[in-house]
Design a binder for this molecule. Structure first.
Ligand code: SF4
Length: 369
């Protein structure tokens, strides 16, 4: 299985915590950009004829900010230039402040079968503080239009002034409007973003408080029937994101658009983050790749451990041994011993115990050489 990711780098405005490649002031370039995206898809499709793709993820940025006709053409291009399975999962990210019934109808008509809506918090003052371009009411309207559809809602914890009640309300709102999937992420105050000064000023919850929020959220989501399958991802039965599962299972994917990354034939590569450079490359029939690295055997092992221990399914030990001609329990006896109280092996799979999944990063580090 393999996935296609397409990056749409436009937004209405820049959120205060945003570290993604998004250009709120360049939305006028949408038409030129999408023309280049279709062209890059054609170029990539020609060299990946032997690969079958099972998912298409349209992310950003805010894909719902551009005219819906561009999305329709993007999906048509994916079907034309790639071998995309008939039952492919096709996801689009949406900001509740940029949707309309017409857009959603167009997405559905063209094959979108999964939506991902950025709510973050149901508290308007917190949305404002984050610089989000929408209100709770706009989310409610958007979710109403998605009733009966398969959709994810993004929820953020670790916000300034956020209480457990606020998290409870946010999850309740997402669930009651029919979300089939919830991604619950901790805010990461990246250096260089406006919110970083809040962090430096000690205005954000500390690590222990965020851990408490996370545990609270996990419990709440479980009560509402959302099963955790990855540290930040929770789904109703059968509604896990196939696209993201492919990342965590170290499957292949091709990234299209500015800043998109790829993993194909054992090589990881990333497109330029610069919009002008992207245009120049595509218009001269060159791939806009700025960084590329072949993953060696050791790297492949470490990636497999790192990615699988993020998930609740964990690491399949026999599969690992077969794939790498290894003896996992012996080769990694030291980190296994050191972390034995945090780990468990069930039916041949090594996994981080439920109560420690939130801090899996520190455990995983011990497996790296
Ligand atoms: S909507 Fe997403 S990509 Fe756009 S500015 Fe906000 S966080 Fe960044």
């Amino acid at each position: 299985m393999a996935g296609i990711y397409v990056h749409i780098p436009f937004c209405k405005s820049k959120c205060r915590y945003c570290d993604f490649t998004s250009f709120p002031d360049k939305i006028g370039f949408a038409e030129s950009y999408m023309t280049c995206v279709y062209r890059e898809m054609k170029m990539r499709g020609a060299e990946l004829k032997d690969k079958k793709f099972d998912t298409l993820y349209i992310g950003g940025g805010t894909p719902s900010v551009i005219d819906e006709s561009y999305i329709a053409m993007l999906i048509a291009a994916a079907k034309k230039y790639f071998v995309l399975s008939a039952d492919a999962e096709i996801t689009i990210e949406m900001n509740p402040g940029t949707v309309s019934r017409k857009k959603i109808e167009t997405y559905l008509k063209n094959g979108v079968n999964r939506f991902s809506v950025g709510l973050q918090t149901a508290i308007d003052s917190q949305l404002e503080d984050l610089g989000r371009y929408h209100t709770l009411n706009q989310f409610v309207t958007c979710a109403g239009m998605l009733r009966g559809e398969n959709f994810n809602v993004d929820v953020m914890i670790g916000l300034k002034g956020q209480t457990l009640d606020d998290i409870s309300k946010t999850i309740d709102v997402a669930s009651s409007f029919g979300a089939s999937h919830i991604s619950m992420y901790a805010l990461t105050p990246e250096d260089g973003t406006p919110i970083y000064s809040d962090y430096l000023n000690g205005e954000l919850p500390d690590g222990d408080e965020v851990a408490e929020m996370y545990s609270f959220g996990v419990k709440k989501l479980k009560e509402l029937g959302f099963e955790r399958y990855e540290v930040s991802n929770f789904a109703k039965s059968g509604r896990q994101s196939r696209h993201n599962l492919n990342y965590w299972r170290r499957g292949e994917y091709i990234g299209i658009g500015v800043s998109a990354s790829s993993f194909i034939n054992g090589v990881r590569f990333t497109n330029t983050f610069n919009l002008d450079e992207y245009f120049k490359c595509i218009l001269t029939n060159r791939f806009p790749v700025i960084d590329s690295a072949e993953i060696d055997l050791q790297g492949a092992k470490e990636e497999t451990i790192m990615l699988s221990l993020r998930t609740c399914e964990g690491l399949d030990i026999d599969k690992f041994n077969g794939q790498f001609n290894a003896d996992f329990l012996s080769d990694y006896s030291a980190p296994l011993k050191k972390n034995e109280s945090f780990l468990e092996i069930i039916s041949g799979r090594l996994r981080v115990k439920d109560e420690y999944l939130f801090v899996q990063n520190t455990i995983i580090c011990d497996f790296f050489s």
